[in-house]
Ligand binder design. Structure first.
Ligand code: FE2
Ligand code: FE2
Length: 138
């Protein structure tokens, strides 16, 4: 992967981070009922963390000489709380898979600082996966 290709891939990641933040805010507002109160609070924490990831990626892209994207990826929602959590879980699993690829590419390009920052992000995405699996009783 070239540096330009890595910048392009990171811009797709930003769009997905924006989309996840929007999706979490949407799901937190729609998930109702006493049994989902803790989950609702967790979703709002995730929303904030996804915005932090977008901010970090924007800084890294600019540092690499790229222009950070303002695009927003696809957002999924549902009338069913369990389905919303499954949508969130699928998004987190795909984020983990994407960041694994990005870390490999950053290492290959000897962008070790970027690789480190992406590792910090993937730690959080893996925690998001665990939070959602717990909320779904998986
Ligand atoms: Fe994220
Ligand atoms: Fe996440």
């Amino acid at each position: 992967m070239t540096k330009a290709e890595l910048i392009e891939a990171l811009n797709h990641d930003i769009a997905d981070e924006f989309a996840s933040a929007i999706q979490y805010i949407n799901h937190a507002s729609l998930i109702t009922g006493a049994r989902y109160m803790a989950v609702q609070a967790e979703l709002l924490v995730h929303a904030t963390e996804e915005m932090q990831h977008a901010t970090t990626l924007a800084d890294q892209i600019a540092a690499l000489g790229g222009k950070p994207s303002t695009e927003v990826g696809p957002v999924e929602t549902s009338d069913d709380p369990e389905e919303m959590l499954r949508q969130d879980l699928a998004g987190e699993k795909s984020a983990v898979a994407r960041y694994k690829q990005r870390i490999r590419a950053a290492m290959q390009l000897e962008e070790y600082g970027l690789a480190r920052v992406l590792q910090d992000i993937i730690v959080m995405e893996e925690e998001h996966v665990k939070d959602l699996e717990m909320a779904l009783g998986l």
